[in-house]
Design a protein around this ligand. Structure first.
Ligand code: FAD
Ligand code: EPU
Length: 337
């Protein structure tokens, strides 16, 4: 087991922030994972996937366990469905491509989301009308404290919009080692309800899209507005879209009748934080090397050498301004470390 000391994490987070891990171990087997946890090298552990949803504001004084467990296995199959187990260290988008190639439907709308398979349940990744929970069966975990394996069913994961048990009562207690998904082999339940997806398919005269068409459409949309982390450091949406109750929505809608919104239920409405941030005047603004992306105000960027603290300072300034103007709280989606 190669354990590195004082390891730079600059290449392990998509913001490209320079911070150091006291200890760093890239784990490739469950056996080594249990062994390193048992060794108690450091009293604290931090679990790292692709680093595409973390903002490092300081060095990590812990054993950073980089999840590098690989493997894809079909565990059940009939004419209509396939149940697949994917190890936590597999790349999410590479797996989406594998599914498109094999005509397994269900996650085509989640094309091009960066990061690892094992991180997908943490915030119940979602895009263009689909969330992980729509295809999720269960996940396998190991307790950090006892090294005992535990399976979480979909219900036990308590998935919500950008939320799960792993961001709440189970936070920091379990390492997800694999996930099981149920995908379709035919009669795919295609979701083209999201406005811009529908619009793009129409523009390309695609009436009955295949899952490959949907994947390609989503990729084109994402590439047109989200910055590529290999070129400009970022973690996608920095904030969650706020959910407000009916009476707050009524007041908001009267004041800003042009503001976009999604009705979630008879009691709740979701407002795009990107709109709130743009209207607060931050879109495209740059403060040193920290900035707000020019095409998507929800995305904070590192133009080069911003520190995590500088990005966080900008985030706090945005939160305060949005609250001052609209009276709405916006919460980070990114995990602040
Ligand atoms: P990390 O950043 O490495 O970790 C995220 C959190 O999960 C951390 O708290 C970490 O401790 C924990 N964690 C990681 N692995 C494990 C594990 N195996 N067990 C237990 N805990 C673990 N997200 C969306 O939902 N929808 C989008 O459309 C989307 N678009 C994005 C676009 C861009 C350009 C970028 C950069 C990000 C985007 N994201 C999106 C956010 C990000 O891709 C997802 O949150 C992704 O699932 C993070 O995976 P990761 O492996 O990089 O996680
Ligand atoms: N908008 C603006 N200005 C902006 C950005 C957005 O006015 O600068 C408004 C537009 O009206 C637009 C609406 O916001 O129609 C929604 O924008 P978009 O379709 O880009 O989606 P989003 O709400 O900004 C969410 C997710 C994304 C996901 C897309 C597609 C959150 C926090 N973000 O963004 O997820 O890819 O929808 O489903 O829910 C991520 O989590 O990192 C992420 C990128």
């Amino acid at each position: 087991m190669l354990i590195e000391e004082n390891k730079s994490l600059k290449n392990y987070n998509t913001f490209g922030i320079e911070c150091f891990a006291r200890y760093f171990f890239s784990v490739t087997s469950i056996r080594d994972l249990k062994k390193v946890l048992y060794s108690n090298l450091h009293q604290k552990q931090y679990i790292l996937g692709g680093g595409s949803n973390i903002l490092l504001i300081q060095d990590i004084d812990a054993l950073v366990i980089h999840i590098n467990l690989k493997g894809i296995k079909i565990i059940n199959e009939d004419n209509n469905y396939v149940d697949i187990r994917i190890m936590a260290g597999e790349d999410w988008h590479e797996f989406v491509k594998y599914c498109i190639k094999n005509n397994y439907g269900g996650i085509e709308n989640l094309s091009l989301i960066p990061g690892n398979i094992g991180s997908a349940p943490i915030q119940n990744i979602g895009a263009y009308g689909v969330e992980l929970k729509d295809v999720f069966l269960s996940c396998s975990t190991i307790s950090i404290k006892t090294q005992i394996e535990k399976e979480f069913s979909k219900e036990e994961c308590k998935f919500e919009y950008r939320n799960s048990i792993f961001k709440n009562e189970a936070k920091g207690k379990f390492i997800i080692t694999s996930i099981n998904l149920k995908l379709t082999k035919r009669n795919h339940k295609k979701n083209i309800s999201y406005g811009v997806v529908k619009q793009k398919l129409n523009e390309n005269n695609i009436e009955n899209p295949t899952i490959k068409d949907i994947s390609e459409t989503v990729i084109a949309i994402r590439q047109s507005k989200l910055p590529d982390p290999n070129k400009i450091g970022n973690c996608g949406s920095f904030f969650k879209n706020p959910i407000i109750d009916k009476s707050t929505f009524k007041e908001f809608n009267e004041l800003y009748p042009d503001a976009p919104y999604y009705k979630i239920s008879s009691l709740e409405y979701k407002i795009p934080a990107g709109w709130l941030i743009e209207k607060s005047g931050f879109k495209g603004k740059r403060y040193g090397d920290a900035g707000v992306h020019k095409n998507q105000a929800l995305v904070l960027v590192n133009y080069g050498n911003a520190t995590g603290k500088e990005i966080w300072q900008l985030a706090v300034t945005i939160q305060k301004k949005v609250k001052e103007i609209f009276g709405i709280d916006i919460e980070p989606e990114v995990n602040i470390i």
